[in-house]
Design a protein around this ligand. Sequence first.
Ligand code: PRT
Ligand code: ZN
Length: 210
Amino acid sequence: MKNLKIAIQKSGRLNEKSVQLLKNCGLNFENYKSSLITTVSNFPLEILFLRDDDIPEYVQDGIADLGIVGENVIAETEADVRYLQRLGFGKCTLKIAIPNQSEARTLADLDGKAIATSYPTILKKFLDENGVSADIRIISGSVEISPALELSDAIFDIVSTGGTLRSNGLKPFADVMASEAILISKNGIDSNPVVRELMQRIQSVLRAAE
Ligand code: PRT
Ligand code: ZN
């Protein structure tokens, strides 16, 4: 039988905790920074190291059987995957934020305004649900600087401590989505005995950490 594959982030905020979780499950593997795939020596599993943005679609398309990725990335890609387990790390909130001196008070005040984000799908859904028609400007990084550069009137981005907002003269305006790292699978694979065994180990690691 072919080994199962799990996709985790290659580098970034979720990498270390994803690797640690798998190691705490008793899986033995080398965490080669330079290779994209590594084999677990004591469990029928291979680990793929990917950019987080690619993980939901790789799992949806069956290139990987399982994945660990932020809920925000799953929502943004709208991939058709199954949520197996919330993992309790990588917690953050996606918020709309406005400049400290902005006079906007209610969501309706964003009508006709420009909002910069790397998460246009999640933002559009939220604005549509609230009957707001704003101009969504897609920016791939350093979204928080865009109001100061007069590229936008507001931003929509990930916030954890709020320090980045503060240091860019911005304040939270609306909470749109809470997120944490999630273990996902391709639809229909969760009855696989290897997946079940891994799930049990993950759940006991999470319980022990409570
Ligand atoms: O290279 P790759 O594409 O894989 O990584 P990436 O750069 O896209 O993502 P990465 O590693 O930055 O984040 C991975 C995941 O971590 C995100 O998708 C979230 O699910 C989660 N996460 C948790 C965060 C944060 N907290 C976070 N604070 N992702 C990003 N941030 C950034 C945010 O974008 C903002 O610029 O941190 C800044 C705000 O932090 P505070 O503490 O100042 O509020
Ligand atoms: Zn990314």
